[in-house]
Write a protein that binds this ligand. Structure first.
Ligand SMILES: [Zn+2]
Length: 221
């Protein structure tokens, strides 16, 4: 038997509710017996179960939400605050992110557009730098979210870069850029390809390892 919280008053009928902690609350007339209350609860047990399950799931979500309200940016984790007074949809002061007018379900949208802007600002100049310095000619560069790739280089030397990489350390962004740039001259992963990557970025293996170990965290968004 469920032992509910019983609130008696001058009301005429029994009523049930589930509070924010998923506990059952019964409102009852003063003279209704405990047995009658239990009978009423028994009749409504399907409704109670369902309602309690929903609220418990919500409580669990809230706990998860509080844990995961942190954002990765250039390899570091920063706290994220929901500030509904903020004018900017999203801002970052170097220590923490503030995000406005969102709930748990819509938080990814402003964050993704912020990440994309930052990636364009941060990564594209790096691509120009390596491309000029090592005479690796690129046709077009596109920045987009990709489900499985960090970057790609087509037969026509069009390079796609996944902007979710902005969450990774700078050396990892550099590595993906160098990797794709080297594909403009080597269309495979031959020994010559890797030699060229190493010439440009001698410690590329660290970055490659980081991506292998942590890449899944970048795709969780
Ligand atoms: Zn490749």
């Amino acid at each position: 038997m469920i032992s509910p919280q019983i609130i008696r008053s001058n009301r005429k009928t029994l009523s049930l509710s589930i509070n924010e902690n998923a506990d059952l609350v019964v409102r009852a007339p003063r003279r209704v017996s405990y047995d009658e209350i239990q009978k009423f609860i028994y009749e409504k047990s399907a409704w109670i179960d369902n309602k309690q399950r929903l609220i418990k799931a919500q409580l669990k979500d809230n706990v998860n939400a509080n844990i995961s309200l942190q954002c990765l940016y250039l390899g570091s984790l920063y706290p994220l605050k929901i500030d509904n007074n903020s004018v900017e949809p999203i801002s970052f002061d170097g220590h923490e992110f503030s995000i406005a007018n969102v709930n748990r379900d819509t938080i990814n949208l402003p964050l993704k557009s912020w990440y994309k802007k930052r990636f364009i600002e941060v990564a594209l100049p790096r691509l120009s730098y390596f491309s000029d310095k090592h005479k690796l000619k690129v046709n077009q560069v596109r920045v987009k979210e990709q489900k499985t790739l960090w970057g790609s280089c087509s037969s026509k030397n069009n390079i796609n870069l996944n902007y979710l990489l902005i969450m990774a350390p700078m050396k990892v962004i550099d590595y993906v850029i160098v990797h794709e740039l080297v594909h403009t001259t080597h269309k495979n992963h031959s020994a010559k390809f890797w030699q060229k990557v190493e010439t440009i970025m001698p410690n590329y293996k660290d970055a490659r390892y980081w991506l292998k170990e942590n890449g899944h965290q970048l795709r969780r968004l």
